[in-house]
Design a protein. Structure first.
Length: 478
């Protein structure tokens, strides 16, 4: 018997040849359970809070593993989880590690946070309900082995991988071809939105012929969007020109994306960027497509970040070493993006409606009318699809964030609350506040009531408009 942690076919063949094995069969100790739901999400500055909120809302009182290489983030997660968790990191001595493992297997603690990788058999627990990575591992092979740790009892489990695009960029020019290939495979898995994650993960470790059926569980299968190949060469060139234009202004990635999308915020007007020829150059694209485009340009070294911060959106954008590459006649960029009917229409792109009116315009009623039109336009034509309503609410959230100058989307409503609203679709303020209260992470009822009241007063009517417009006719008449 030969034991190996790498089960890819080339490795197994090499082992068989080295040991001169005749007939041989490979067995996997912990196969990836079919009930495991694989998800990938962008990492933000609120990563610790996002992880804790997910654990409390989706797996309260259940067992789970959290891999987190950033010591500061791990400490924050441990503080918020309290006595239900233990943290094993590089500075943990043998006694503390053994104590944490004993409490983990005995059920005394529910969550085990890890920075250094212990042996898989050491931390394996069949009833593990969730597996969270605060950042991508070294390669997809490693992630595959980690994914085998959740849902071993056959019951539903979640595996969530958080990433920032800066995690995926190969910063070492001297890496060998094999390492670069593994980096590319990991990039493809994290940035994929159109193909089943389970199929992609299993194919990456050598199961090309056995796993071609979609799991219908992962976030890629579940969203229900159609993805198509689009030629974004023209848009990429304009984005690169915008990056060069804003070089001296030290602007963040989110700022550049909003200028490219044609968002006329107060800061944009103050800097006079709304008069630039590149303002709104990507206004015909959905905002998630713009985010995807800027990610691709980063990986191509069209732009680079000025400093290291945990928040991807707040990186200072600077021209990269390949920024002039987009000017070559041979430059082409095609991407697989979410299908959007606007991209297929001929003619000029629709003009962008300013989110801020001129200061001289005091007609509040006209501003309210424009806001209502935006809400109705965002909600669609009453389509009974939670994912479409959820997308409309995310668009409205971004609009409110820009209008009010808020630091992040969480200051409006978090994803969990928007998902609940997109499914329940309340018709009055009482139902809206009840949903917001239930999704709150606050423990005291008085604080929950105050939180729900505050959200209703600031944003409630705008989101309620989306819910009402999106309601199916059968419900609207009730």
């Amino acid at each position: 018997m030969v034991v190996t942690s790498d089960r890819r076919p080339p490795v197994l063949d090499k082992i068989a040849n080295n040991f001169r094995l005749g007939g041989w069969t490979a067995y996997n100790q912990f196969p990836v359970p079919e009930s495991l739901r694989l998800c990938v999400s962008r990492r933000t500055i609120t990563i610790a809070r996002d992880i804790v909120k997910f654990i409390h809302s989706a797996h309260h009182g259940e067992h789970g593993l959290v891999f987190c290489q950033r010591r500061k983030i791990g400490d924050m997660i441990l503080t918020q989880l309290g006595n239900s968790a233990r943290y094993v990191h590089t500075d943990s001595n043998r006694e503390d590690t053994e104590k944490a493992l004993l409490e983990w297997h005995s059920g005394k603690i529910k969550v085990l946070i890890l920075t250094n990788e212990l042996g898989l058999s050491t931390i394996y627990k069949a009833e593990t309900r969730f597996l969270i990575h605060g950042e991508p591992p070294e390669d997809l092979e490693t992630y595959y082995h980690h994914a085998c740790l959740a849902g071993g009892d056959g019951k539903p489990a979640d595996a969530i991988l958080y990433y920032s695009c800066s995690d995926l960029k190969d910063h070492s020019s001297g890496r060998i071809a094999t390492a670069r290939h593994r980096q590319h495979v990991l990039q493809s898995y994290c940035r994929n939105k159109s193909h089943c994650r389970r199929v992609g993960l299993l194919q990456a470790v050598g199961k090309l012929e056995a796993y071609t059926k979609k799991c219908n569980l992962c976030d890629a299968c579940d969203q229900g969007y159609k993805f198509v190949e689009r030629d974004l060469t023209k848009e990429a060139r304009k984005a690169a020109e915008l990056i060069r234009e804003l070089d001296s202004k030290d602007k963040t990635l989110r700022y550049c994306q909003e200028v490219f999308a044609g968002k006329c915020t107060a800061q944009v007007r103050k800097n006079g960027v709304h008069e630039s020829v590149h303002f709104g150059a990507g206004s015909h694209l959905p905002f998630d497509c713009i985010e995807q485009l800027f990610e691709e340009l980063y990986l191509m070294d069209i732009w680079k970040h000025f400093q290291d911060v945990d928040d991807w959106d707040n990186l200072i954008v600077k021209p990269g070493s390949a920024v002039l590459r987009t000017q070559d006649k041979s430059f082409r960029l095609t991407m697989k993006v979410r299908d959007n009917p606007q991209l297929s229409r001929r003619g000029t792109p629709p003009s962008t409606l300013p989110l801020y009116r001129d200061d001289s315009d005091s007609a509040e009623s006209s501003f309210t009318e424009e806001g209502a039109l935006l809400d109705k336009e965002a909600a669609g034509d009453g389509k009974d699809c939670p994912m479409e309503v959820f997308s409309a609410m995310k668009a409205l959230r971004l609009q409110l964030q820009i209008e009010l100058g808020l630091a992040g989307p969480e200051e409006v409503l978090d994803d969990q609350t928007l998902q609940y609203l997109s499914v329940a679709r309340p018709l009055d303020f009482r139902e809206f506040k009840r949903i917001v209260k239930e999704c709150s992470s606050l423990s005291m009822p008085e604080k929950q009531d105050k939180y729900a009241e505050e959200k209703w007063n600031r944003f409630g009517q705008r989101f309620l408009n989306v819910c009402i417009v999106a309601r199916p006719p059968s419900h609207a008449s009730e």
